[in-house]
Design a protein around this ligand. Structure first.
Ligand SMILES: Cc1cc2nc3c(=O)[nH]c(=O)nc-3n(C[C@H](O)[C@H](O)[C@H](O)COP(=O)(O)O)c2cc1C
Length: 198
């Protein structure tokens, strides 16, 4: 096992800069940093990539044949030991930006299930990979996060990362409303810390 710091990648997917899920993500990354992780936050707003076009080009070698900004995100996803996905609920599922990125990780599905290879070739010499989900929704609807959590579990399965839990907050709608939530910021800080140290 190498002795470098745990690398924790936070992915902000909301189109709303510094919206509720990005505020939560920053707090979780603060916790991860306090736990000794090297952290990086990327915002999908700054990346330009196409949705998956179902060309099956990745079936050959497990690589995506579309050469856009997703290539840089692949590198970061492969390097990270911990991944925190932050995505708001839009129309009862995760926002389209997050889903488009996840669809583009079909290359990892192809690596595992078409080519029967490991996505993380050197996983025996690295810390075990783990992933966590953060979300917010305007409504108080009981099942509002169900679909997004299912998609996230599938995402982490493709990435060979253990699902380490979800932190989802209802009735948080206006930009910045999460700052008035009684316990969310503390909870995600601690979750980030635990993710880094577990
Ligand atoms: C296009 C759109 C669709 C939305 N759909 C839902 C929804 O189906 N259910 C819900 O509870 N909230 C919905 N919301 C509210 C957001 O989930 C809420 O404002 C959340 O706090 C946004 O997080 P953010 O600030 O990180 O973007 C929607 C918001 C937008 C812009």
């Amino acid at each position: 096992m190498d002795n470098r710091n745990i690398q924790c990648l936070g992915i902000a997917t909301s189109p709303r800069g510094d919206g509720n899920t990005t505020i939560l993500l920053k707090k979780a990354l603060e916790g991860a940093a306090a736990g000794g992780a090297m952290t990086e936050l990327i915002s999908l707003n700054r990346y330009s990539f196409s949705p998956c076009i179902a060309c099956n080009g990745c079936y050959k070698e497990g690589r995506c044949v579309i050469h856009d900004d997703m290539q840089a995100i692949y590198d970061k996803l492969l390097l990270a030991d911990r991944i925190i996905l932050a995505a708001p609920i839009f129309s009862m599922g995760m926002c389209a930006q997050a889903k488009a990125m996840i669809d583009r990780t079909q290359r990892f599905w192809a690596t595992k299930y078409i080519l029967n290879k490991s996505v993380i070739a050197d996983k025996d010499s690295r810390p075990p990979r783990k992933g966590m989900f953060i979300s917010a929704a305007g409504s108080g609807h009981k099942g509002v996060f169900d679909g997004a959590i299912q998609v996230t579990k599938y995402f982490f399965l493709m990435l060979e990362a253990e699902f380490a839990g979800s932190f989802c907050y209802r009735q948080v709608d206006e930009k910045g409303a999460i700052l008035n939530h009684p316990g969310a910021l503390k909870e995600v800080y601690e979750a980030g810390f635990n993710l880094a140290t577990s």
